[in-house]
Design a protein. Structure first.
Length: 575
C-alpha cells in the first residue's frame, strides 16, 4: 500500500502550491517543496519518527516537522486546510491541467471568472485570453494541449502507483492456502506508462475464499462487484482491482489472454483459427473435438501456435508476431543485464542523500560501475561551482573500488542552453568521465530552434548522453517541439547515447520514440536519474520501457563491460 512518506510528500507539495497561488513567500513555498521531496525519498517510515527524527531529514525544520506529526496523528493539517479555503474550488481544478501553473490559474479565475476545465477550453476557442498579460498564442496552445493530456489520461494510473498495490495484493493472496499461482496481468504486466486498472489472476481449485479475501483487505474501500469468477473492488486510493480465479490447468491460457494487448490477442486468435483451433482464457482447443491441446503455461500456448514465448512488454502488435514466426524475436534487455547507472544525483545539488550513501546503495545493487552526475552551474538554483565539483571529484576518486570493487565514474548533468551552449568550456568538460546533457529550461522554443539546440549538444565531443530527451512529464507536461528524427540521426552519427530515463513520471524516451531511434542505429543508456537511494530501484520502469522499445543489451551502453563503455565514451569525445 502507499507509504506514509508518499502521503506526506503529496500533502507538503500541495501546501507549497497553495502558498504560491495565494501569493505567499516564494522562499517558504520552495522550502515546503524541498521538504516534500526529502520526505518522499527518505528510506525510513516517517510515521515511526518523532519530532527529533523528522528534523534529521534534510530540509525538515521544526514547523514542517510539527505539521507532519499533526497529519500523521489526525489525518489533517489545519494550516493546509485554512490555505485551501482561500482558493476557489474552480482554481484547484484548473491547477490540475498540465502546463497551467498556479498563478495563471488564479489570473483566469480573477479576470475571466473561469472555474472549470470546460470553461477554459471554451474561452481559448473564443479567443477571450488574448487580452490577458502573459497569455500569448503559445500559452493558449499549451493550455489546449494540457487539457487534451488531462482528458486522455482520464482515470489512468501512473505505472509506479499501480505497481506497489498490485504487488502487495499478489503477496497477500499468494500466501493463502489453496493458491497455486498468483500474478497481475493486463497493461501493468506489459509495463505501459499508465494503467487503467489492476488485473489480478489466481490459479486455484476454489474461488470464494480469494474473492472474500480481496473484499476484506484493509486497503479495500468499496466492493464494486462480488462473483464466483470475478470480483472488483476499489481501494482507498481509488484504484480499481479486478480479480479472476482460474482453474490451475488453465493458468497459462488465462495469463496470456488477460495480459493482452487486445490487438496482440486478435493476432494470436487469428493464427489459432487458421489451424482449426480456438483460443480463450481457458485454453487452446480443437474446434471440432473440443479437446484442449495447450493451457497450463504461456509457453505451451505460444508453442502450439508455432511461436516462441513473447515477453509481455512486446505484446502490442508492433511486429512481434511476425518476428516470432521468422525466429527473429529480440532477446530484450532485463534488469539483470544492467551493469551500472550513468545518471544520478547527490545532496551536493538537488539530491537527497550524500555521496557515500548513494554509492553504498549502488554497490548493494551489485553494479560493476556507477556514475555520479550532479547538476552544473547554469541551473542557478543548484549553486554549483567549479570548486565544488572538483572537490566532489576528489571524493569520488578516493572512494573508487572500495565498495565491492565497484568502479566509480565522476560525471555531470549539463544544462543545454537555448542556443545549445553548455555550462562549462570544453577544456573543463574534458576532465569528466561522462557528461549527460539535458534540456531544463526555455522549453517553449520553436521547432527549428529547439532542433538546432539539441543537435549542437549531441554533436559536442564531450557530451556522451542526452538526458530525458523530450523533457516530458507524463500527464503533466508535454514534450518539447523538436525534430526527433534529426536528433536520432545525429546521435547515431556522433556516438551520443539517448537516455531512457527511469523516473516513472518521465520514462523518456518513451517506447515509440525508442523504436524510431533504434532504426537510426542510435545507442541508449537506461538510467534512473535517482535523487535518492530509493529512486535507484526505479530502474525496473526504465528497463520495462526499453523492452517495449525492443532494446537488447547490445543497444544499451550501461549493460556493457566497463572497458567497452570507456571506449564508447572516449570515441564520442574525439568525434
Amino acid at each position: 500500500m502507499a507509504r506514509p512518506n508518499d502521503e506526506v510528500e503529496t500533502l507538503l507539495q500541495e501546501y507549497a502550491d497553495l502558498i504560491a497561488i495565494t501569493g505567499g513567500d516564494a522562499f517558504k513555498a520552495r522550502a515546503y517543496e524541498k521538504a516534500a521531496r526529502a520526505i518522499g525519498g527518505h528510506p525510513a517510515d516517517v510515521s515511526r519518527l518523532d519530532a527529533e527524527g523528522l528534523r534529521e531529514i534534510p530540509g525538515v525544520g521544526r514547523s514542517i516537522a510539527d505539521k507532519v506529526l499533526e497529519y500523521l496523528s489526525t489525518g489533517r493539517v489545519a494550516a493546509v486546510e485554512e490555505t485551501r479555503a482561500q482558493i476557489p474550488a474552480g482554481v484547484r481544478e484548473l491547477i490540475a491541467i498540465p502546463t497551467l501553473g498556479p498563478k495563471k490559474a488564479m489570473t483566469l479565475y480573477q479576470r475571466l471568472h473561469i472555474s472549470s476545465v470546460d470553461e477554459l477550453a471554451e474561452a481559448v476557442k473564443e479567443e477571450r485570453l488574448a487580452d490577458l498579460k502573459g497569455f500569448g498564442r503559445k500559452t493558449e496552445e499549451n493550455i489546449l494541449h494540457g487539457i487534451a493530456l488531462m482528458r486522455q489520461a482520464g482515470g489512468r494510473i501512473p505505472l509506479d502507483v499501480a505497481t506497489g498495490p498490485a504487488e502487495d495484493i499478489v503477496a497477500e493472496l499468494s500466501s493463502m492456502t489453496g493458491c497455486r499461482r498468483c500474478a497481475y496481468a493486463g497493461s501493468l504486466r506489459r509495463m505501459k506508462e499508465t494503467v487503467g486498472d489492476i488485473d489480478l489472476l489466481v490459479a486455484a481449485e476454489e474461488s470464494e475464499r480469494f474473492m472474500t479475501a480481496l473484499s476484506e483487505l484493509p486497503s479495500t474501500a468499496e466492493v464494486v462487484a462480488h462473483g464466483e469468477k470475478k470480483t472488483t473492488i476499489r481501494t482507498l486510493k481509488g484504484l480499481q482491482v479486478d480479480l479472476r480465479v482460474l482453474p490451475p490447468d488453465s493458468w497459462g491460457a488465462g495469463l496470456q489472454y488477460f495480459t493482452g494487448s487486445k490487438a496482440h490477442n486478435v493476432r494470436t486468435r487469428t493464427i489459432a483459427v487458421r489451424q482449426g483451433l480456438k483460443l480463450s482464457e481457458y485454453g487452446l482447443s480443437e474446434v471440432e473435438s473440443g479437446r484442449t491441446v495447450a493451457s497450463r503455461t504461456e509457453e505451451e500456448v505460444y508453442a502450439r501456435l508455432g511461436l516462441p514465448w513473447i515477453p509481455p512488454t512486446l505484446r502490442e502488435d508492433r511486429g512481434e508476431i511476425e518476428a516470432g514466426l521468422r525466429g527473429e524475436l529480440p532477446e530484450v534487455i532485463t534488469e539483470g543485464d544492467v551493469r551500472g547507472d550513468l545518471h544520478t544525483h547527490t545532496d551536493l545539488t538537488d539530491g537527497l542523500a550524500p555521496l557515500e550513501e548513494m554509492v553504498t546503495a549502488a554497490a548493494g545493487r551489485g553494479y560493476a560501475y556507477y556514475a555520479v552526475t550532479d547538476h552544473a552551474p547554469n541551473l542557478y538554483m543548484q549553486r554549483m561551482t567549479e570548486e565544488k565539483i572538483l572537490a566532489q571529484r576528489e571524493q569520488v576518486r578516493a572512494m573508487d573500488g572500495r565498495h565491492r570493487r565497484m568502479r566509480l565514474l565522476h560525471g555531470v548533468e549539463l544544462n543545454i542552453g537555448p542556443d545549445g551552449e553548455l555550462d562549462w568550456p570544453d577544456d573543463f568538460l574534458a576532465g569528466f568521465d561522462i557528461c549527460v546533457a539535458s534540456v531544463h529550461s526555455h522549453t517553449a522554443l520553436d521547432r527549428a530552434a529547439m532542433t538546432r539546440r539539441l543537435l549542437r549538444a549531441c554533436e559536442n565531443p564531450h557530451v556522451n548522453v542526452i538526458g530525458h530527451p523530450t523533457t516530458r512529464l507524463i500527464g503533466k507536461r508535454p514534450g518539447i517541439d523538436v525534430d526527433l528524427d534529426e536528433v536520432f540521426a545525429a546521435c547515431a552519427r556522433s556516438g551520443t547515447a539517448l537516455e531512457v530515463n527511469s523516473q516513472p513520471d518521465r520514462l523518456d524516451l518513451c517506447d515509440e520514440d525508442i523504436l524510431r531511434a533504434k532504426e537510426y542505429g542510435a545507442k541508449f543508456a537506461v538510467n534512473t536519474d535517482a535523487h535518492s537511494v530509493l529512486q535507484l530501484a526505479n530502474l525496473r520502469y526504465g528497463v520495462g520501457t526499453a523492452q517495449r522499445g525492443w532494446l537488447t543489451s547490445e543497444d544499451v551502453i550501461n549493460t556493457w563491460p566497463l572497458r567497452r563503455l570507456r571506449r564508447f565514451l572516449r570515441k564520442s569525445r574525439t568525434g
